[in-house]
Write a protein that binds this ligand. Sequence first.
Ligand code: SAM
Length: 376
Amino acid sequence: FVEVREGSARILVPKAERIYDAPVFYNPVMALNRDVSVLAVSVIKPERVLDALSATGIRGIRYALETPAGEVWLNDISEDAFRLILKNARRNLGVEGEMLGERRFVFRGEKTVVANHDDANRLMAEKFRYFDFLDLDPFGSPVEFLDTALRSVKRRGVLAVTATDTGVLCGAYRQACRRKYLAEPIRGELCHEAGLRILIGTVVRYAAKYDLGVEVLLAYYRDHYFRAFLRLRSGAKKADRSVSMLGYLMQEASGRFEYETGFLPERVPSHGPLWLGPLKEQEFVEEMLTLTKEKALAHKKTLSFLETLAEELDLPFHYDTHALARRNGLQVGKLADVIDALRETGYRATRTHFSPTAIKTDAPFDAVIEAIKSLK
Ligand code: SAM
């Protein structure tokens, strides 16, 4: 093992040449995901938190050390992971604990921390409507955990999901996307935003059958994964409202796109179903940003990334200036100049975290093309 520091935690992680060869998984790149999650949990202030797929325990241990959560559960199906979780929890919490049955160990200190060795689906089925914040951070897709997670989280709780199967959600493996998400993905420059929206749309459909609505507190794409913090709302009307924000995306060869809400696609080819609602609550992101001043962030890019998210215009889809130039045989100017040109004509336009060469704008396609042309 080697010791690593991340945020307020110091944890042991297995020494390995490549992260996927290690007996227990730890990816330092995901420190940004965990920083953002610590900030989100600090704003949400849940009492009971579950890190359902915990590996080394780092995520849940950071929730215990760095957020107001009072009771944090760390679970993993792997025996090696469970042993490491116990070690890491002991080191960081500085208290001893006791076994409760064969698969559960409880630390009672300032906070209650429970290490659990089980299939996440079994634990979540046991803990019905128990958690205020439930985090799914799987290898690949979270879909196999969604049903039990939606039953285990309280009806006004928050579900956080990570998906690392970007190839599937971005259309590289179209059949896999149909199979796992019952959705038609899109390839090309909109694939990441569409993939994120397919993921959220899937949670909306899973939640709807339990008469749960979904509000997006924050959702983003980064480093080949998707992440979404989703606030649940109880009631059939809330579920209907969320379902009414699903729809489809259409894109032409020029890069012009359109989207429309609706249960079924009206045109062919359409991509979706996908979420067409907001990807953030501005106040939520701003509260997270304020908290960055008092939290020990582990990743050097967390702050600038959150600033980008806070400034970004929250409209469905974006224009990638490089892709538009390529598709239409244009010269491409500086992104900042395209943004200025659009703003001068009275439109709103910002950068977007989805791509360093793309903009979000309320300008129509033709105005974007004109703005690119005007820079030559
Ligand atoms: N959350 C961790 C972090 O932030 O470092 C990383 C989790 S890792 C991507 C996924 C973990 O899920 C692995 O440790 C694996 O053993 C565990 N896992 C896979 N299937 C599981 C299941 N059905 N129930 C519980 N844990 C499972």
